[in-house]
Design a protein around this ligand. Structure first.
Ligand SMILES: Cc1cc2nc3c(=O)[nH]c(=O)nc-3n(C[C@H](O)[C@H](O)[C@H](O)COP(=O)(O)OP(=O)(O)OC[C@H]3O[C@@H](n4cnc5c(N)ncnc54)[C@H](O)[C@@H]3O)c2cc1C
Length: 536
């Protein structure tokens, strides 16, 4: 079985896993195996910026998890899309490129994560990046990850941004520059109007390397651990159960749900939970799968007076055909952008040090957005989505059964505290203030979600409990740091287990105040750099 002996094995070819595998194999010295449960990223919708409304529900590229009943949300079970293909969630996400607030990383350092303060992580953001605007103190060029401006200005986004200014929120031309607060256009992880996932950015250029092997349809079921050290990975492939051995290290990069699940299946986790399921306990570590949290959002939508929204595209075959032709021939038109053109960051309370609210401006509105379908309203509409970036509630990832192929049990604790509720209410009020500004007057016909009858705080809280959803930014289920509430140390080693690291969004000690793809890529970059440093 010499063919199945590698220096490094990485499980999960997502935002972070592709980076780790590509960087470890770069110098040609080490044999690297990358295992991905999903298939190749050949679905055409992955690569078209507007296609993420399709991959959002497609089981061929999406795990399509759901939560356990959420106590604070009237026991609803929320839909959790996650990428299950090369590139992972970077192949199905909204492509918004945001790093979070500088202070978020300084907070990580204050929580005991040496080497993760803003000044220490900035070089890894820059190393990853190929910024279309060119290089400056915050941005890099020549990296694998293309970061682009929106293909053009958009009438509705322009009006919404003007309305934000009228509501007192200043323009910010670069959310990833000197400061995060303000309103403006989002940049995206796209290249020449195609999605730029980590599979495209990192894996494709590395695929010719003889020392990198990428296996798709390879679902890791267990990390093999002998005498307190990871020695390989057991995985399920089409041909049945397989084993691959790692001479040096195993890196778990399955994302905030997949990574704790694999550790639990390998006997690393809360001892009693593992015993209840008949899994031999390798290391009793209650922190595994604990500390899960996520950004949480609700949606406010307005009927639009002009037929310029994506609803009007989706509801008309002639428009769809014309958009497809424009995209196919010229890479232009509505399919060339992600439809989330702009947004803002602000504070729910001026006494806060950093923004805790993001508002996404969507040029569509939906009557249904579920695991089954995304269905726009049958008339023009747009959405303002307030997102709470600093939730206090903490949840868990646990196993439902010992079957490694079963989905994990995911429980969030959204709206746990008064602050969690207050912040979102402030976001709702802000969205209404923006929609009431003169710049949006020619566009706003009526509020359709929640509707003008929902006015009191109590009614709005009930609306949020009935309709609030995951912002699809789960993190921190294998938190980094020191002490009993953490899983990995600041060099991303799993505590007390040799040769085993975790590298993905699950290691964030606390979620950053912004979208999570760029930070997951930075984590992959930093992990690979630390691993290569350790063998130098
Ligand atoms: C619908 C959606 C929209 C989003 N929009 C944005 C956005 O606009 N901007 C932004 O910054 N972020 C966005 N995000 C979040 C962002 O994409 C994620 O935070 C980021 O991709 C997480 O990276 P990761 O490496 O932790 O996990 P992932 O990228 O999810 O990678 C995990 C990989 O591991 C694989 N895997 C899991 N378990 C196993 C196993 N046992 N064996 C083998 N393989 C396994 C998975 O198939 C997957 O490929 C969005 C996410 C979703 C789902």
């Amino acid at each position: 079985m010499s063919g199945d002996r590698f220096d490094y094995i990485v499980t999960g070819a997502g935002s972070a896993g592709c980076v780790v595998a590509a960087r470890l194999s770069e110098n040609g010295k080490y044999r690297v195996l990358l295992l991905e449960a999903g298939g190749k990223d050949s679905n055409a919708w992955i690569h078209i910026p507007l296609g993420f409304a399709r991959t959002y529900v497609n089981p061929k590229v999406n795990w399509k998890f759901e939560t356990q009943p959420q106590p604070q949300l009237n026991n609803r079970q929320l839909y959790l899309p996650r990428g299950k293909t090369l590139g992972g969630s970077s192949s199905i996400n909204g492509m918004v490129y945001i790093r979070g607030n500088h202070g978020d990383y300084d907070e990580w350092r204050q929580r005991g994560c040496e080497g993760w303060d803003w000044d220490s992580v900035l070089p890894f953001f820059r190393k990853a990046e190929n910024q279309a605007r060119g290089e400056d103190a915050f941005h890099g060029v020549g990296g694998p990850l293309h970061v682009s401006d929106q293909p053009s200005k958009f009438e509705l986004a322009e009006a919404a941004l003007e309305a934000c200014e009228q509501a007192g929120i200043p323009r910010n031309p670069d959310f990833n520059g000197a400061q995060q607060e303000g309103c403006g256009y989002y940049q995206t992880t796209t290249n020449r109007r195609r999605r730029w996932s980590t599979a495209k950015a990192y894996l494709e250029p590395a695929r010719g390397r003889p020392n990198l092997e990428v296996r798709t349809g390879a679902h890791a079921t267990k990390v093999l651990i002998e005498n307190g050290r990871a020695t390989g990975v057991e995985y399920q492939a089409d041909q049945g159960r397989r084993t691959a051995l790692a001479r040096r290290e195993v890196v778990v990069s399955g994302g905030a749900y997949g990574s704790p699940q694999l550790l639990l299946l390998s006997g690393i986790g809360p001892g009693q939970h593992l015993q209840d399921l008949g899994i031999p306990v390798v290391k009793d570590m209650p922190s595994v799968g604990s500390n899960l949290h996520d950004h949480f959002n609700t949606n406010l939508a307005w009927r639009c007076a002009k037929a310029i929204t994506l609803n009007d595209l989706e509801n008309s075959w002639p428009r769809k055909i014309s958009a497809a032709i424009r995209y196919a021939l010229f890479r232009s038109g509505p399919m060339a952008s992600n439809g989330i053109h702009a947004g803002l960051f602000t504070r729910s309370d001026p006494r806060l040090e950093r923004p805790d609210l993001q508002v996404n401006i969507f040029e569509w509105s939906t009557m249904e957005r579920s695991a089954i379908r995304v269905k726009p309203h049958p008339f023009p509409g747009f959405t303002l989505m307030p997102v709470h970036l600093r939730p206090e509630g903490r949840g868990t990832v646990r196993l439902k059964t010992a079957d490694p192929l079963a989905p994990p049990a995911v429980l969030f604790d959204y709206l746990r505290t008064d602050y969690d509720v207050r912040a979102l209410l402030a976001g709702i009020r802000l969205c209404r203030t923006i929609a009431a500004q003169p710049a949006l007057k020619p566009y706003v016909m009526e509020e359709i979600l929640p509707g003008s009858a929902t006015r009191s705080d109590d009614d709005m809280v009930e609306y949020v409990r009935q309709t609030g959803v995951s912002n699809q930014h789960p993190t921190s289920s294998c938190a980094m740091g020191h002490g009993p509430n953490t899983v990995v140390d600041p060099r991303l080693h799993v505590h007390d287990i040799g040769g085993l690291r975790v590298a993905d969004a699950s290691i964030m000690p606390v979620v950053v105040g912004g979208n999570t793809n760029a930070p997951a890529i930075m984590i992959g970059e930093k992990c690979a750099a630390m691993m290569l440093e350790d063998v130098a």
